[in-house]
Design a protein around this ligand. Structure first.
Ligand SMILES: C[S@@+](CC[C@H](N)C(=O)[O-])C[C@H]1O[C@@H](n2cnc3c(N)ncnc32)[C@H](O)[C@@H]1O
Length: 335
């Protein structure tokens, strides 16, 4: 007799229907379920009324959410778990609905990836950014802003920028990191470098946050255009899997050369553990590039450290940025 458990199909069946979880989360966001519960719709009749659905559909939705720990029952009343209450209730500072539904247009393509692999278009360097318009950039960065401001606040809390003067925010998008940095450090200014259609939108976010006079924007392609040379900090956040190893190594090297001596660089992104067994999200962002014929892939932490060392950075290290999700590789340019 052996004690090795006999495999069953449970894990595989759950994975085969994992898309149902996405669908339920998005339906709950679309219908304003979590906002309604937060505002006092604490039973299924009230949910039906607040969300404009039948009593039967309210029950279906609530039951799905209870099993996914998207809702709980406390003292006989429906409540939101803490993360749902903080990030899924409209009107809260942390509301991240646009980010959580940001990938909706990708769904059909995800279910065609075998076809794209065997019969898809030739990949190009810029992938989904190839024909970006200002309108599309605005929609895209409404979503990144709703999650990026939290990341920017975390950056400011966890990275000591005392004595620093000016930050280059490479692929800065909404400018979320720059906004937080200049708000937290009154002596600092910043420059967001992003594609030309994006920086038009960046300016709107900067004005909205009252930092338009302290954060500049430069439109360009960071893989080939000259980078500003007056900065002592570079941050490059959440654009790692968009490119392959050669391109990222090249951008890190060009950022190193553009930095002032003694300056520092931070690469924040989804990175694989060196044995490539986790986290799945980093792998999936690499796969996402297939959908838009990009050349990007998931990078390991060791690879990212290698890009920094290859560029000439010293004191290279890695720090967990958001546990299980984002790493921060950092280094210093020699004086
Ligand atoms: C997922 S967003 C991240 C935005 C921001 N760093 C944040 O964390 O909120 C990726 C950004 O990288 C920019 N980007 C991608 N490729 C670029 C390139 N070749 N040159 C300049 N910007 C680029 C995109 O336009 C987009 O704004």
């Amino acid at each position: 007799m052996t004690n090795i458990p006999r495999p069953d199909t449970t894990r595989l069946q759950n994975m085969a229907r994992a898309y149902t979880q996405t669908a339920v989360l998005w339906a709950a966001i679309d219908l304003g379920l979590f906002t309604a519960v937060s505002q006092g719709a604490t039973d299924e009749d009230a949910v039906a009324e607040a969300c404009g659905v039948s009593r039967l559909d309210a029950e279906r939705l609530v039951v799905c959410c209870l099993t996914l720990d998207l809702l709980r029952v406390e003292n006989g009343k429906l409540v939101n778990p803490p993360d749902v209450e903080r990030f899924m209730v409209k009107g809260q500072r942390g509301y991240a609905g646009p980010w959580m539904t940001f990938t909706r247009r990708d769904v059909p393509k995800w279910f065609e990836i075998s076809e794209l692999m065997t019969n898809g278009p030739e990949p190009g360097l810029l992938g989904m950014y190839e024909d970006l318009t200002v309108d599309r950039a605005r929609k895209y960065h409404e979503a990144t802003y709703s999650i990026g401001m939290g990341a920017g606040r975390r950056f400011v809390r966890t990275v000591d920028l005392s004595g620093r003067k000016r930050m280059l925010d490479l692929g800065g998008g909404s400018g979320a990191y720059s906004i937080n940095v200049v708000q937290a450090h009154e002596d600092m200014t910043a420059v967001v470098f992003d594609l030309p259609p994006v920086v038009e939108v960046t300016r709107e976010f900067l004005e909205e946050n009252g930092v338009g006079d302290r954060v500049d924007t430069v439109g360009g392609d960071f893989t080939s255009d000259p980078l500003p040379e007056d900065c002592d900090v570079v941050v490059m956040a959440s654009n790692l899997p968009i490119y392959d190893a050669d391109v990222i190594a090249g951008v890190v090297a060009r950022a190193h050369d553009a930095l002032r001596p003694g300056g520092e660089m931070h690469l924040v992104g989804e990175m694989l553990a060196d044995d490539r067994t986790a986290p799945a999200d980093a792998a999936m962002w690499g796969m996402n590039e297939l959908l838009y014929a990009g050349m990007g892939r998931a990078h390991t932490i060791a690879e990212c450290i290698g890009y920094f060392e290859g560029a000439g950075f010293t004191d290279v290290g890695v720090t967990e940025f958001v546990p299980g999700t984002l790493e921060r590789v950092h280094g210093v340019k020699a004086v």
